[in-house]
Design a protein around this ligand. Structure first.
Ligand SMILES: [Zn+2]
Length: 323
């Protein structure tokens, strides 16, 4: 099968590998479409805390189940599925608390185990969500980034009629904004780039206004400082984007948090239930995504695609591997 492999940070190889075999309680999928995101750029070019090498990246995957392992339920054979990228233990304190994204033995597809930048991928049955007929593969592959946004909005305790400011009008910022609308909230996207800003109907600079929720979907410290200064009383700041390793300390006035009863909450990845929520939200048609796909490219053009993500010359890029 065609596959991208990262052997060392900073480069990748594209080549032919043997199709992997599913083990017990695992399925083999033919990858029909895989989404490229900024995290893949980070994984390949600068590395990531959770990355174990060598690795086939790719954590946004939709495919068709073509085989299952020995003594494994074959009910999903031939079905189209979305793959929740995590594999969790179900018994550790994080899992018991309903936060399996923080599972002590979490295995993320594309990080700890091989992902979807390949013709085929093996995934645990526990992670598969069957797609409704009305949802296309291209829509469904948005379930992964959308799930991460739903996790962030859940942690933000976003309520109807609340105001929410989103820093960054990239794919995540757009999904955060659209998802917040489905919850009855009033979003403002702050984005300097005119094309991205127009897509979100956003503004270029943070306004002189306070927000119930601020989400930073751009990995830059200045945005975090701006977001802190725009929090309303009882406002919640969501740390959605990570910062570069040596630049992750942001000055915070704890007296501001104290007197204004504000909260800072981190959000990383998503839980399985967010995958289900994302699929039903996409199926409902209340959260359109087709206009967010700016490029469709063969997997063999990954280098060009990564350059476009690096230079922000794209919105969402979908990649299509060969078998
Ligand atoms: Zn666990």
């Amino acid at each position: 099968m065609q596959a991208i492999t990262v052997h060392k940070i900073g480069s990748f190889e594209i080549g032919r590998l043997t199709v992997p075999e599913p083990g017990r309680d695992e399925a083999l999928l033919r990858v029909t479409v895989t989404g490229l995101c900024r995290t893949d750029l980070k994984i390949i070019r600068v590395g990531h805390r959770d990355l174990v090498l060598p690795r086939i990246p790719g954590e946004e995957v939709v495919g068709e189940v073509i085989d299952v392992g020995p003594e494994t339920d074959s009910g999903l054979l031939g079905k189209r599925v979305y793959v929740y990228p995590g594999k969790w233990c179900g018994i550790c304190p994080a899992c018991m608390a309903g936060a399996e994204n923080l599972c002590h033995s979490m295995q993320i597809m594309g990080f700890h185990r091989d992902g979807g930048f390949a013709g085929y991928v093996v995934a645990p049955l526990q992670s598969l969500i069957q797609l409704p007929d009305s949802l296309s593969d291209e829509q469904a592959v948005f379930a992964e980034p959308l799930s991460c946004c739903l996790n962030a909005l859940e942690l933000a305790r976003l309520a109807p009629f609340e105001t929410i400011a989103v820093w960054g009008g990239g794919p995540a910022g757009q999904l955060l904004s659209r998802a917040s609308v489905t919850m009855g909230a009033l979003p403002t996207v702050i984005e300097p780039d005119i094309k991205r800003r127009e897509l979100a109907n956003g503004i270029s600079e943070p306004p002189d206004q306070l927000f119930n929720v601020c989400v930073v979907a751009v990995g830059d410290k200045t945005s975090y400082q701006q977001a802190l200064s725009r929090l309303a009383p009882r406002g919640r700041l969501v740390v959605f984007s990570g910062l570069a390793k040596d630049f992750s300390v942001v000055d915070t006035d704890f007296n501001q948090l104290h007197y204004m009863e504000q909260t800072i909450v981190g959000a990383y990845g998503c839980c399985f239930r967010h995958g289900r929520q994302a699929i039903s939200l996409l199926e409902s048609g209340r959260l359109p995504v087709f206009d967010l796909v700016s490029h469709r490219m063969p997997l063999s053009m990954l280098q060009e695609a990564l350059d476009m993500v690096a230079d922000r010359r794209c919105m969402k890029i979908h990649l299509y591997p060969e078998a």
